[in-house]
Design a protein around this ligand. Structure first.
Ligand SMILES: C[S@@+](CC[C@H](N)C(=O)[O-])C[C@H]1O[C@@H](n2cnc3c(N)ncnc32)[C@H](O)[C@@H]1O
Length: 316
């Protein structure tokens, strides 16, 4: 009997594909929430929908990441479109957003330029812009305690502060996705997306240098060494862009270039902070590299939720 209902599909694919993935891919095909799929096994799909759904299931069975098939991934509680040109945002990167928001909260009266180098889908800079914006406009009404919390943070985060947001990537395709994500999350007018090699588009822009008295540089650049990249899961290597993951010189070539560029931005005593994500085994080598370029730097390392070294917070 040809497959027609959700229950038929579930029976046909039981044991061949993870049941949660199966539900999500059926839900995606019929444009309904997963709960609908769970509650309505009798729902009938048109032959065209069955065909589309089977194509998605076949992709998943060939180990393509779910996010690429769904075309989206959640990060910091927000929806992000992803494409083969972008890395799929990782949960450990949320720590960078948290640290950046804390840093912004500790500054009262300056114009802060917040720069996301290697922006990919734009997940980092959009999450920051969105969170500063939502704190700026707390919803009136609702839970008074929650409102009070927001208002307290609001006064810390806003006061006289002003923010300029930038997202840079060398991949034009990734930038196109980032722009769509900014629109999707209603922050398109706040963020400038620039094409170029690391900080080059800003170094060449004299207006940028004058505008921002304090700068926070956020970088989740490619950092996998040849060895670690070779040992990475085959699904990552097959589907995610190598240009977003691999870096020469034991995975630190991109960060070394970034430090050389940062030196140009620090020349006029501008207040600067850089927050970098790295691979846990790189901690000692990264620290050495930071001190080579910024001998007086204050460096704080942070672990992620899996208790692995993940972030370096640098004040040059
Ligand atoms: C590890 S991904 C990070 C993507 C996103 N920021 C995130 O956290 O998921 C690195 C990104 O850096 C970009 N990239 C690689 N080399 C670059 C360069 N020289 N200048 C600017 N961006 C670069 C890649 O295209 C990719 O989007």
């Amino acid at each position: 009997m040809p497959v027609k209902t959700i229950a038929d599909l579930q029976k046909e694919y039981a044991g061949r594909i993870d049941h949660l993935d199966l539900e999500l891919l059926i839900a995606h095909t019929i444009k309904k929430p997963r709960e609908f799929v769970m509650a309505h096994p009798e729902y009938t799909l048109s032959p065209a929908k069955i065909e589309t759904c089977k194509l998605k299931l076949a992709r998943r069975m060939r180990a393509e990441p779910l996010a690429y098939i769904l075309g989206s991934k959640e990060f910091f509680g927000l929806p992000f479109l992803v494409s083969p040109a972008t890395l799929i945002p990782r949960p450990e990167t949320e720590l960078m957003v948290e640290m950046a928001l804390e840093e912004v909260a500790s500054h009262r009266s300056s114009v802060i330029g917040i720069v996301d180098v290697g922006t990919g889908s734009g997940n980092i800079i959009i999450s920051i812009a969105k969170n500063l914006e939502s704190l700026c406009h707390p919803r009136v009404g609702g839970d008074p305690v929650a409102h009070q919390k927001v208002s307290t943070l609001d006064s810390r985060l806003h006061g006289n502060d002003r923010y300029n947001f930038y997202g840079i990537d060398i991949s034009r395709d990734a930038l196109a996705v980032a722009k769509r994500n900014a629109k999707k999350n209603d922050v398109a007018t706040k963020i400038k997306f620039l094409h170029g090699n690391l900080l080059e588009p800003l170094i060449q822009n004299s207006k940028f240098k004058i505008q921002n008295s304090k700068m926070i540089i956020l970088a989740n650049l490619p950092y996998l060494s040849k060895k670690i990249y070779a040992a990475t899961a085959p699904t990552v290597k097959k589907f995610e862009p190598k240009s977003a993951l691999y870096s020469a010189k034991e995975g630190l070539a991109h960060y070394e270039k970034l430090f050389q560029q940062l030196k140009e931005l620090t020349t006029n005593n501008r207040e600067l902070m850089a927050i970098l994500e790295f691979s846990p085994e790189q901690k000692a080598a990264l620290q050495k590299l930071i001190l080579k370029y910024f001998p007086k730097a204050r460096v704080i390392f942070k672990k992620d939720l899996a208790r692995k070294w993940r972030l370096a917070i640098i004040t040059p």
